[in-house]
Ligand binder design. Structure first.
Ligand SMILES: *Cc1c(COP(=O)(O)O)cnc(C)c1O
Length: 485
């Protein structure tokens, strides 16, 4: 497919600008003027529309395909929440519109939405207070670990380490390192959860926090969570809950009751708001009351007359972590989703997410190695280690799935499983879709036995075939070809 720049021909255009009717009072200084043409392509409107429509058809999305990408919870986003977010009274709002009690209260409704969402998240998770500001899961993690660091500083305690099991999400160690801590990794035991004996050896009064993804990236709920929390608190450290996987336990167990002090959620996973392209997401952070003073500013407070205000006067706050209120459109969609489903609906979500994952696990367990046994939560990890002996790797199976219209599972993660394929179907898939996926996975396992060579050419039906991964990593060049800009 041609780039839009390659379709450009001098003199063609899609819009006609009106004559400038603004009086020129100020000459634009030469230093601010472009020296060269901006390089925008010259294309007529129908070409632009065709170009982007055709590009969009090459895309892979939840609205068109099954997307069992483990750890990412690629569930369907209901159109109802999109409709709410598109409402002009929400979509047309500007964050600088006045929120003061005196004068027009133009953003009161939006502040109420955020405040109500924060209250709902407190109920769902068992935490005391939430901030809606972080713009992604990893951003929430960083905020959470900064809160923990602020707490230890206030207590006058010097802490060095953050303990993270090797089954934690990759962003966890990155977060702890960026927040200035040394990461101590704990291996998993045969059941796929953190080895508690190793944990006890590592835990010390220099530990700042224990970061747990729960259920973890193997899809396993740690049965020793209470003991881990008790030991952690006795050592003067805090418990951090990576709640990106809340889809597995929503309405069934609350991190606040399990002994966690800080938690982030990924609204763009559990609460059915769009992911992709690096955002926009939302990773709100919840805390127990003793950490509230450290929460980022601004904070939304409910006044006694029922109106809302932004409070910047928080002397112990870690400060600003994002402008204004966070990603409002995403917060709004999540709130609408929670209201749409209600408490019982949210419980049904997690029940069906776990049921769907277990169904797929049961269908695949005779064909692929499943290192963690026959039960899982919302996702499970299969291994292509048997197929690899024939020369077919997890990557080859992932590529082959594309030819069958399925997005590949997450592969080569978690790192503690060889040839890992992490499968998360989510609750929004029908049994027919799960069966079709299982059938293809089984056929691929059989093909790997009989004819392993053919895998090296997959995918064959996608707009771009098998990429040269080595060249992609070593010789990255993402510029448009010379002469086309
Ligand atoms: C997705 C995910 C994250 C990171 O969230 P982003 O919004 O991508 O930054 C962290 N932890 C877990 C367990 C996840 O699945």
């Amino acid at each position: 497919m041609e780039l839009i720049f390659e379709k450009s021909r001098p003199g063609r255009h899609g819009v006609s600008l009106p004559n400038n009717d603004v009086p020129v009072e100020v000459e634009i200084p030469d230093s601010l003027r472009r020296e060269k043409n901006s390089g925008l392509p010259n294309v007529p409107e129908p070409e632009v529309v065709r170009h982007f429509t055709n590009l969009s058809k090459r895309n892979f999305g939840v609205d068109s395909h099954f997307y069992p990408l483990g750890s990412c919870t690629m569930k369907y986003n209901p159109k109802f929440t999109e409709k709410i977010a598109a409402n002009e009274h929400f979509a047309g709002i500007h964050p600088l519109q006045p929120q003061l009690r005196k004068g027009p209260m133009l953003v009161q409704g939006c502040l109420e939405v955020i405040s109500n969402l924060q209250d709902a998240l407190c109920k769902i998770t068992g935490m005391d207070e939430f901030t809606s500001q972080p713009m992604a899961g990893a951003h929430g993690e960083l905020t959470g670990i900064m809160l923990i660091a602020a707490y230890h500083r206030q207590q006058g305690k010097k802490k060095k380490f953050v303990i993270i099991p090797d089954s934690g999400h990759g962003t966890n160690p990155a977060t702890a390192a960026i927040a200035g801590y040394q990461v101590v990794s704990v291996p998993s035991n045969a059941c796929g959860v953190m080895d508690i004996d190793r944990f006890k050896e590592i835990l010390s009064n220099e530990t700042a926090a224990v970061m747990l993804t729960c259920p973890n990236t193997m899809g396993i709920f740690n049965p020793e969570i209470h003991e881990i929390a008790d030991l952690t608190h006795k050592a003067g450290a805090l418990m951090y809950y990576d709640g990106a996987n809340l889809n597995a336990i929503m309405g069934k167990a609350r991190p606040g009751d399990l002994g966690f002090d800080v938690i982030h959620l990924n609204l763009h996973k559990t609460f059915a708001t769009p992911h992709g392209g690096g955002g926009p997401g939302a990773g709100p952070v919840g805390v127990k009351a003793f950490l509230s003073p450290f929460l980022p500013i601004s904070r939304i407070v409910r006044r006694s007359d029922g109106t809302f205000a932004l409070d910047y006067d928080q002397p112990d706050s870690i400060g600003y972590i994002s402008p204004f209120y966070g990603n409002f459109g995403i917060l709004l969609r999540a709130y609408a989703y929670i209201l749409l489903l209600g408490a019982n609906g949210l419980i049904e979500v997690s029940e069906n997410a776990v049921l769907n994952a277990n169904y797929l696990l049961a269908r695949l367990k005779d064909h692929y190695e499943i290192p963690t046994g026959s039960r899982c939560m919302h996702e499970f990890v299969a291994s292509a280690i048997r197929q690899e002996k024939k020369g077919v790797k997890a990557l080859d199976i992932a590529k082959a799935l594309l030819d069958h219209g399925f997005h590949a599972p997450t592969i080569y993660f978690p790192l503690n499983v060889k040839e890992a394929m992490m499968i998360e179907p989510t609750e929004t898939e029908t049994r027919e879709t799960l069966d079709a996926f299982a059938q293809v996975m089984i056929e691929l396992a059989e093909l790997a036995e009989k004819d392993p060579e053919v895998f090296h050419d997959f995918p064959k039906t996608t707009p771009v075939g098998r990429l040269d991964e080595v060249k992609g990593a070593r010789d990255m060049n993402v510029c448009a070809p010379q002469g086309t800009q």
